[in-house]
Design a protein around this ligand. Structure first.
Ligand code: GAP
Length: 480
């Protein structure tokens, strides 16, 4: 991607590559569009976020359990869920450049270049037309506003058409039969719905209860740009909460509140978040909103969706599978198809949000010398490495003491050992990957068994007993 002037996001993307957070997939072959790999630091960060979400759901709520369903599902699942018929985005092609655009993205990009009032007016017109599926009206809106292709520079557009976002493939080695077509799941949610009764019965779950899942999802995104914000292969963390029909409003509010509280525990202040209520509801929802984060350069963009999905999914699976998917409510003494509140957060988007919030370029120059650093101020429980253990020199037995400390801490949290370069350089490298604590073992350690503990954000240093290091770090990285 070409670097735009003063683009904080571009700086973050470059930093991610330089320090092993995110690489373009198959980079040595020039990459694959909108597919990314996580490097050694990114994989740790992503796993910490994933684990934190998993434990927040399945450990902190006695009535939420987790499952791990397969990516491939019976093709009828996607017919029943509505994805075969409805999981479309309106697209438009520029006849000159042959470039295809998602209509909402094309209009949004144009609105962003207008003054605030005009931009808002354009977006609200677009939302009304999208809600009415009025493609002729949308095309007219594009024409009336003189919206041009960013490659050809012309406004020579095709009509607007729907484009299905699911990837499909064939099950079996030689088959090309339409009947053998399987899809790569475009959301993890359906794996939960089709297992609703299995889990309810085997877990003797009583409504209200939730089923959580983390896993890969695939969408053939047309306008796939924005680093790990919009990918073709990504990961979702979804939870379906099964409730009594008629209670959906109160549970919807409950989950909005619970989820925003969780977001704030990522070390991100409240003002960086926003709720956006959907105008055009998805085919399964009776209420829906997004939790948006204020990304650098872009402003507020969706990270998580909270959807009141009614009994749409279970009823449809009941209809298509011809299997009963009802729950017997012993208090009410009746059978019903439960309603569902869904919380659905993109893991990769959360990684990008956490990286964006953490990234800071600091000018540390003094009258005597120029200095600066890039620091990733991750919440300690999310940081890829929690503690760096740094012997001041390679001699005098300091590495032995440092290695003993590594042995003590390693089973409890991720540590990093380094003896090369000056302490200052080593601190800077740890700042750049967001390590919250560095411990330096020096000659005084040999005398009085104390070490220097250096704090990433304040850069303050304190002397603490060597045998207190592990417990101090454990206390600071506590999640709950
Ligand atoms: N089961 C509901 C569902 O899938 P969604 O709003 O389409 O709802 C939920 O997706 C979340 O998944 C989004 O808020 C976003 O964080 C993430 N997500 C969706 N498409 C994505 C993509 N192409 N790349 C990365 N994350 C994506």
């Amino acid at each position: 991607m070409a670097k735009e002037p003063n683009s904080k996001l571009q700086d973050i993307i470059s930093h991610c590559k330089e320090y092993g957070f995110v690489f373009q997939s198959s980079e040595i072959y020039d990459g694959l569009q909108a597919v990314y790999d996580y490097g050694q630091m990114g994989a740790e960060l992503k796993k910490n976020i994933k684990d934190y979400w998993w434990y927040s759901m399945t450990r902190m709520h006695d009535n939420i359990v987790g499952i791990d369903a397969a990516i491939f599902m019976h093709p009828t699942v996607w017919k029943a869920s509505g994805h075969v018929d409805n999981f479309n985005d309106p697209m438009i092609d520029n006849r000159d450049s042959k470039k295809r655009y998602r209509v909402d993205h094309l209009i949004e990009a144009h609105a962003a270049m207008l003054d605030e009032a005009a931009g808002k007016e354009l977006i609200s017109k677009m939302e009304a037309l999208l809600a009415a599926d009025d493609f002729a009206g949308l095309k007219q809106l594009i024409d009336d506003n003189g919206i041009k292709c960013d490659i050809s520079g012309t406004g020579y557009w095709t009509d607007i058409r729907q484009f299905n976002l699911m990837f499909d493939t064939q099950m079996g080695s030689t088959s090309t039969e339409e009947d053998d077509k399987v899809y790569l799941r475009p959301e993890t949610a359906q794996g939960i719905f089709v297992n609703f009764l299995n889990v309810q019965k085997t877990g003797r779950m009583k409504i209200p209860f939730g089923i959580a899942q983390v896993g890969k999802a695939f969408r053939n995104e047309i306008v796939a740009r924005g680093f790990i914000f919009r990918m073709r292969e990504f990961e979702q963390m979804e939870m379906q909460y099964f409730i009594k029909p008629g209670t959906q409003k109160e549970w919807y509010e409950y989950w909005k509140e619970t989820r925003i509280k969780w977001h704030k525990t990522l070390g991100i202040p409240a003002e960086q978040y926003n709720f956006h209520n959907h105008v055009k509801l998805a085919h399964y929802a009776d209420a829906a909103c997004d939790i948006e984060y204020n990304f650098p350069d872009w402003g507020f963009k969706e990270v998580e969706g909270i959807h009141s999905r009614t009994d749409f999914d279970l009823s449809r699976h009941q209809e298509y599978s011809k299997k009963k998917l009802t729950y017997f409510d012993t208090e009410e003494n009746k059978h019903y198809v439960p309603y569902v509140i869904e919380t659905s957060i993109g893991l990769d988007r959360t990684v990008m949000m956490v990286l964006s919030e953490a990234y800071e370029e600091q000018d540390l120059s003094t009258a005597e010398k120029q200095d600066s650093r890039v620091v990733l101020k991750f919440a300690p429980h999310l940081a890829p490495i929690k503690l760096a253990v740094l012997p001041l020199t390679k001699k005098d037995g300091l590495p032995d003491v440092a290695k003993q400390l590594m042995d003590e801490c390693r089973p409890h949290f991720k540590c990093f050992y380094e003896e090369k370069d000056t302490i200052g350089k080593r601190y800077r490298r740890q700042d750049a990957i967001g390590t919250p604590f560095c411990v330096t073992i020096d000659h005084q350690t040999l005398e009085d068994k104390t070490v220097t503990m250096r704090h990433r954000d304040s850069m303050e240093q304190e002397r603490i007993p060597l045998d207190k290091v592990k417990d101090m770090v454990l206390e600071k990285i506590k999640q709950f």
